[in-house]
Design a protein around this ligand. Structure first.
Ligand code: MSP
Length: 528
């Protein structure tokens, strides 16, 4: 059996409600997972929540509830949203899961036995917000720690360290010799530059006296595991690594390494690019078992960051309520190039949806079905052979056929925006073909009946193909289109052309109702 496509996303912090950036990452991974499933590959798609750490403990304390209750409430918000957005993950990684605890503790034990961990005292300034000790590098020009670090306290404590610096040379050599292990390529360069600066080891414990909400060290019960060290392990714990169940372990051997760990640009350095890769190396993973990191950019607002403290968070639930899930998923993948940043703009969402889905594919489907019912008794007819076809039909069919390779190339390169562009161009050509052929005029002349059938069948097949190719991005709309065409999903050009003789299509029902004209402001959608 071929290797499954294993895709994960960063697990979301449970100290705040999900926002549009989180939603983008899940929708991107979901579209890639759905695409690979459609190609007939076995897919394992993992996502989840990062539930431990000081910030969670503090947020729970502020509300006067236990971290466990706090975590449960916030996790429900994420689960609700992923369900609403149709995220098709195969497994849910919640780091409070005993399975994950077991795996983290086993890894700590093994690394300890292998001499990769040591205990040492440390004295210094500590940022409570960032949960890290600060060095002079973090001081600003005035010699102070800036507001981004929040409350800074002076601490003296013993902790456990991971010998990160021992893996520096390996990491540099590995990154230098494996182009494509971090995507896009400019992020690999950024990581190499950061890896060259690794100087110290990584503190991976927190004394229980100040943080109890974490995974206890198996050989040092006064300590819990640093939240990043714990969270990164989710990628392997939930795939079966160190599982007590042999079937799970066997699955891990089959799945790993992950083909795409989808993360935002802010968590490449140091978390995924340095800590995680060095952790895997220290655990004994050979170079060919190191995962690929797919680093996406950020959705910004008015060119700037969205953040809770700035009060400019765009809420995906509001957007889904206002525009529908299809429009939201489409926009989140259509208006950003994987790896680059984009600016969220509700006017763009409306105009892209209206022009490409409502006026583009929606119109194509609607006219194809309406006229098939009116002029061809609702039936698709076998297409004439190449020699007997109208040249304009041949030209459109050749566009549709060619678009598959461009579509696959884009999707395999994680370029969903490019894949959607390919679909869009084919839909435009199909609509132009409809105008040129003008079957409503041809239908007035009974001698043209065969050409009318050829035209309308071709238009229905163009809509079928667009629905099939769009499925990873707009699964519900694609199913609705195929249901109206009464055709099953097809995922190659030969299959698109394959339908039963005298196949009867259904009634047209608008799949993409038009949205209100773009609003004048660039403000996030809000029901207010
Ligand atoms: N908990 C860590 C990840 C641990 S992975 C072992 C974390 N969580 S997060 O909730 O802050 O972010 C989750 C993901 O959302 C990250 O990949 C982050 O880059 C992404 N995004 C957060 N804001 C974003 C945007 N504005 N735009 C796009 N994605 C962004 O980091």
């Amino acid at each position: 059996m071929s290797k499954p496509f294993y895709i994960t996303t960063a697990i979301d912090y449970t100290n705040a409600a999900p926002h549009i950036g989180h939603a983008y990452e899940k929708v991107l991974a979901d579209a890639l997972a759905r695409y690979h499933r459609a190609c007939g590959e076995e897919v394992f798609f993992l996502t989840g929540v990062d539930q431990h750490g000081q910030k969670v403990q503090q947020a729970a304390a502020r509300l006067g509830i236990s971290p466990a209750d706090f975590t449960r409430q916030i996790t429900e918000g994420f689960l609700y949203l992923w369900n609403r957005l149709g995220i098709s993950n195969d497994r849910w990684a919640a780091t409070t899961d005993p399975l994950h605890h077991h795996c983290v503790r086993t890894i700590l034990d093994r690394l300890h036995d292998a001499g990769q961990l040591y205990k040492a005292p440390h004295t210094g300034y500590f940022s409570v917000r960032q949960e890290q000790f600060l060095t002079d590098k973090e001081r600003n020009a005035d010699g102070e720690f800036g507001p981004e670090w929040g409350e800074v306290v002076f601490l003296e404590e013993e902790n456990w360290y991971f010998r990160l610096a021992d893996h520096r040379e390996w990491l540099l050599e590995f990154l230098g010799s494996r182009p494509g292990v971090v995507l896009p390529a400019f992020r690999q360069v950024e990581l190499i530059n950061a890896a060259a600066k690794i100087s110290g080891d990584l503190c991976i414990s927190r004394p229980k006296s100040r943080l109890s909400w974490g995974i206890e060290f198996p050989f040092a019960p006064d300590f819990v595991t640093y939240v990043w060290f714990d969270a990164l392990i989710n990628y392997i714990s939930f795939a079966g690594y160190h599982s007590e169940d042999p079937a799970e372990q066997a699955r891990f051997d089959r799945l790993w390494p992950s083909d795409a760990q989808v993360i935002g640009k802010d968590i490449l350095v140091p978390a995924h690019g340095i800590y995680w890769l060095c952790m895997l190396h220290a655990m004994g993973f050979p170079d060919d078992k190191i995962p690929t990191l797919l680093v996406h950019g950020w959705w910004n607002l008015d060119g700037g960051k969205m953040s809770k403290s700035l009060g400019n968070i765009v809420d995906p639930v509001d957007l889904a309520d206002r525009y529908g899930v299809t429009a939201l998923r489409y926009y989140l993948l259509r208006d950003i190039s994987t790896g680059q940043d984009a600016d969220f703009n509700s006017g763009r969402l409306e105009s892209l949806y209206n022009s490409e889905l409502a006026n583009g594919l929606g119109n194509l489907l609607n006219r194809a079905l309406n006229m098939t019912r009116r002029y061809c008794e609702g039936c698709l007819r076998p297409l004439p052979t190449e020699a007997d076809r109208d040249p304009r039909t041949s030209a459109l069919l050749s566009t549709l056929s060619d678009s598959w390779s461009a579509y696959h190339e884009a999707m395999r390169a994680h370029d969903v925006q490019g894949g959607l562009g390919v679909i869009q161009r084919a839909v435009q050509e199909a609509n132009t073909y409809a105008e040129q052929m003008a079957p409503w005029k041809l239908a007035k002349d009974p001698t043209q009946a065969a050409l009318v059938a050829e035209t309308l069948t071709t238009l229905c097949l163009a809509a079928r193909q667009a629905a099939a190719q769009l499925e990873p991005v707009t699964p519900d709309a694609s199913s609705a289109i195929l249901a109206q065409l009464r055709l099953p999903r097809a995922f190659s050009f030969a299959e698109i052309l394959d339908f039963p003789d005298n196949h009867q299509v259904g009634d047209p029902v608008p799949v993409f109702p038009r949205l209100e004209p773009p609003s004048e402001t660039n403000s996030p959608a809000s029901p207010a």
